[in-house]
Each structure stands twice: as C-alpha cells, then as structure tokens.
Design a protein around this ligand. Structure first.
Ligand SMILES: C[S@@+](CC[C@H](N)C(=O)[O-])C[C@H]1O[C@@H](n2cnc3c(N)ncnc32)[C@H](O)[C@@H]1O
Length: 373
C-alpha cells in the first residue's frame, strides 16, 4: 500500500558536534536548515516527498532520519502523548520508536547515546494513550524492539523537556531498525575496553560472513575490547599494538599479541588473514597509508576491512571522500561509512570484496598423458 505520509520537512539526528558538517553536506543537495538543536536538525525540502523517498542520506554523520511531521509541546508528558496521536491522525504505522536527543558529545562526562528513563516512560505513555486502531503497533512495540524491513515507524524524539518532535521513516537500511539509529546490547560482558561495543556495533552494521576459525588482524588492539568481540565470534585474532593488552584477552587461546607498530610487521605476515580491523589513535592518513601498504601487497588476500578513522579535528571530515576513493582503488567495490552510535569523534569505514576463488588446477585431458605433456 502506498504510504499516505508526505512531508516538506525532514529530520535528522546525529552526534553532538557533527551538526556543522551535516549542514554543509546537505546544503549541496538543496535542503534548507529549519529548526535545530545540538544533535537534532530539521530541513525544509523544495517539494513534498513521500516517506519512501529517503533511502540515501547525503551525510555519513546522520545517525537517524525520516520525514518530520512537526512537534508537540510545550506540555506535560500526558498532554504531549495525546497531542502526538492527534497529529498523526489515521496514518498506517507498524511500530513506535522513542528516543532522546543526545545531550552531549559521546564520552563527555561519561555521556553515551542511549535510551533514558524519560524516553522509556514516554514510550509507555504513548502506548497507553494510543487510539484503538494502533493496537497492532502496541502489540509489536517494546523498548528494545527492532523494526523489520519495509515497516513504517513512528518516530518520537525527546528534543527538549516538554517538547517532542514527531517523524516517520520506512525501514530500508539495517540501521533504521534501531530506535534512533542507536545500537544497543543487553549482554553484560566484562569488557577490556569500550571499543568492545564499538566493534559489536560495526559487526552488526556490516553483517559480514565471518565464520569461526577465520583469521583477523587488529592494528591498534590495546587494551583489547574489540579483539574480545572478534574472539567471541570464534575468530582467531592477532593484535598489533606496542601497548599492553588486558589479561582477559591475552589469556584467550585464539589471541596472539605482536607488540609492534602496524608498519613494523612484515607485509607477508598478513598473508593468512581474511579480515583486518584498525583502531589506531593516529591521523586518518596514517591509518590509510598503513592499511594500504598491507592490502596492496601482492600476496595479501584480505576480504574485509573495518577502519576507525579518528577525526582529531572535525575539518578532517572533508577528506573522507578522498580516503574512500583510496580504499576503492585497493580493489574494494563495496565501501560503506557511518559515524556509529558508539563512535566518538571518529567514523567507521567498512570495505568488503567477495573472497577470490582459489584457482583450481586445470584438469588435464586424458590424451595429454599419452602425449607426455
Ligand atoms: C583507541 S586505542 C585502541 C583500542 C582498542 N581497539 C581496544 O579494543 O581496546 C588506540 C591504540 O592504537 C595504538 N597505536 C597507535 N599507533 C599505532 C601503530 N602505528 N600501530 C599499532 N598500534 C598503534 C595505541 O598504542 C593504542 O593502544
């Protein structure tokens, strides 16, 4: 069924600090900035667009996006919930996502993008006050519910106290299944570092065919959170880092530590790996050069790479298209980039090439034997 929702406005959420880049990038496609707050932006389009038209975002710094239906408030939560349903009318929707705008940059005074008590309470209130015809939505909704492909999702973003913004999106991308594009995990794992979550999010986002027993090398592995996530998948991991690794990771039977810098490892030592990840606290150019040297070596057979490129300054974001072209030139046709919800001032670039088939020995024609070939 065609979706009747159409809008002249679009909303986008992002990490606090990334707004200026997004404004610059979307200006190039003709969107005009309307309302904005740190971590939340709305843009005016030149004409009304259907919900399904927003497949691609012009910026990798946009974490979640959809059409904007407007705001409700000021008011108390009960009033706001009633106003949401009035605003929405009778539109068909499959699911509800409620989340708060980021209040600070990730890591600032321990801040992490995540659901809050306030957003969970708002979600409950919306469910409790929903009109009868949204019962299907209510049945499907709970705080951790992931949307499914093609579903229509009602978005409620807690932008300020007493003010919620309402939007809608259709799920066309994996990250659109997560409320607010915020990846979350319920498993209580004692992790060697925060990078564990970053790697888990990257693995969920890429959905690569990683199999137990395959080999992965991590450049910049210390103290070891991301290697820990890779080991949990059953991979055999070699971590390259001059710094010490957490004993929980060091003690793992499938982990080996090379106490070196990435460029100090001989290139032929990377021959046996299928996967490479890099999380070095160096300028993006250094990561690209180090990884490029490995990948372009004649006997390297790596299928997929995940690079966390640290943006020491936000201006470095201008260079990202250039880095992506460099990666493409190494023979990776499929490249995606995103500022993950667990990323700090950095972006994640994932590049994949289908594994090369091993060349089978050509079968000799039986007559060749007689010819002495
Ligand atoms: C953000 S930390 C990595 C966190 C790690 N991935 C984890 O899961 O805990 C950055 C690391 O990069 C390492 N590093 C910096 N330059 C490096 C290089 N040229 N080669 C290898 N490691 C490097 C640092 O020693 C540091 O441990």
């Amino acid at each position: 069924m065609a979706n009747p929702l159409g809008s002249q406005f679009i909303y986008a959420t992002c990490q606090v600090g990334a707004e200026a880049i997004i404004k610059k990038e979307v200006a190039s496609v003709g969107w005009r900035l309307a309302f904005s707050r740190p971590g939340f932006l709305t843009f005016k389009l030149s004409e009304v667009q259907p919900i399904s038209s927003f497949l691609e975002m012009p910026s990798i710094f946009i974490r979640s996006w959809g059409i904007s239906l407007g705001k409700v408030g000021p008011g108390d939560p009960e009033q706001l919930a009633c106003d949401v349903w009035k605003l929405l009318g009778e539109h068909p929707l499959d699911r509800l996502h409620v989340w708060p705008r980021d209040r600070a940059a990730p890591g600032h005074k321990g801040f992490e993008p995540r659901m809050t008590d306030e957003s969970t309470a708002a979600e409950r209130l919306l469910c409790a006050t929903a009109p009868e015809h949204y019962s299907r939505l209510l049945a499907a909704t709970n705080a951790s519910s992931l949307a499914k492909r093609n579903e229509h999702v009602l978005d409620c973003i807690l932008v300020d106290p007493g003010q919620w913004w309402i939007g809608a999106h259709q799920v066309n991308r994996r990250v659109q299944r997560w409320p607010g594009g915020i990846w979350s995990c319920n498993r209580p794992t004692a992790t060697a570092s925060r990078a564990y979550l970053k790697m888990c999010e990257a693995l969920d986002w890429t959905c690569w065919p990683m199999k137990p027993g395959q080999r992965c090398v991590e450049l910049g592995c210390s103290p070891g959170g991301s290697s820990q996530a890779l080991l949990e998948l059953g991979l055999r991991v070699v971590g390259v880092d001059p710094a010490e690794v957490d004993p929980r990771v060091m003690g793992h039977k499938d982990f080996q530590h090379l106490r070196k810098r990435g460029h100090e490892v001989k290139r032929r030592e990377f021959n046996e790996f299928q996967w490479l990840v890099a999380d070095m606290n160096v300028p993006p150019e250094v990561t690209i050069n180090t990884v490029g040297n490995i990948i372009t070596y004649r006997s390297t057979r790596i299928w997929g790479i995940i690079l966390n490129l640290k943006l020491q300054t936000w201006e470095l974001a201008d260079q990202l298209p250039h880095y992506i072209e460099q990666i493409r030139s190494w023979g990776f046709p499929r490249i995606r980039a995103r500022q993950l919800s667990k990323n700090r001032q950095e972006v994640c670039v994932a590049a994949f090439r289908p594994p090369r088939r091993l060349k089978r020995p050509t079968r000799r024609h039986p007559s060749a034997k007689h010819r002495g070939a």
